[in-house]
Design a protein around this ligand. Structure first.
Ligand code: PXP
Length: 237
């Protein structure tokens, strides 16, 4: 079964635009769970432009599904994750002011750093996932780093989908097959949507989890959160 983890960063962006607590990020997370989401993802960035440290602390004791915290493993980020102890941490190679994650790790050249960082989280009993491009070598070195899972960066799939979806998915299937063979867990995320999710899942049904934010929250403006989550879950049946 592939779990749907809703990334609620965009909800926090909307809240922060006015300075109050509307929409209430915690309530939205709890409602996502009530409507069937099997996980909640947040990406606290150093400038707190969407999810804040205080949101992360408030969410942890209230969530009943899998809590996934993603981000660049700066000392502050690692301290936060180690104190909150979510089910999963997803490490991304983002620079501080970056708009959104736009590349995976070069797990080969950062092997030592990743090994040390992943080791700290493993010791604390937190599942680790490394955000990578769909390249078998990057998955191989993620495994060497000790990661439990990789999250495949799906933007190239999403942007190539309309022109030729079979071609766009091919490198993902190849890398995903290696991951399955090596016993490496498999997540996916970035630019997944109601247009492209069902085909992705049909091609790689052994995906453990997808984390989806931008398109899902945008769809919810028209369809409402409850119906939107139901439609995303249907793509994963
Ligand atoms: N995975 C990672 C590592 C991300 O940084 C993001 C965006 O915060 C997502 C998944 C979700 O991408 P999207 O908002 O396009 O669904």
């Amino acid at each position: 079964m592939t779990k749907l983890s809703v990334n609620i960063n965009k909800v926090a962006t909307l809240r922060n635009a006015r300075g109050g607590n509307n929409p209430d990020v915690l309530q939205v997370a709890l409602d996502c769970e009530r409507y069937g989401a099997q996980g909640i993802t947040v990406h606290p960035r150093p400038d707190e432009r969407h999810i804040r440290r205080s949101d992360v602390l408030a969410l942890k004791p209230r969530l009943t599904t899998e809590f996934n915290i993603e981000g660049y493993p700066s000392p502050e980020f690692c301290d936060l994750v180690l104190s909150v102890r979510p089910a999963q941490v997803t490490l991304v190679p983002d620079k501080p002011g970056q708009l959104t994650s736009n590349a995976g790790w070069d797990t080969r050249s950062h092997l030592d750093f990743l090994q040390q960082t992943v080791g700290r989280f493993n010791e604390a009993g937190i599942r680790t996932s490394l955000f990578i491009a769909p390249e078998p070598e990057m998955a191989e070195y993620a495994l060497k780093a000790g990661a439990d899972r990789v999250e495949l960066y799906t933007e190239p799939y999403a942007s190539g989908y309309a022109a030729d979806r079979a071609k766009a998915i091919a490198p993902f299937i190849e890398t995903a097959r290696y991951c399955r063979e090596w016993g490496l867990g498999l997540n996916a995320g970035h630019d997944l949507s109601l247009d492209n999710l069902a085909y992705y899942h049909r091609c790689i049904p052994w995906t453990d989890e997808v984390s989806i934010g931008h398109a899902l929250i945008s769809d919810a403006l028209y369809l409402g959160l409850k119906q939107t989550i139901a439609l995303y879950l249907k793509c994963l049946e």
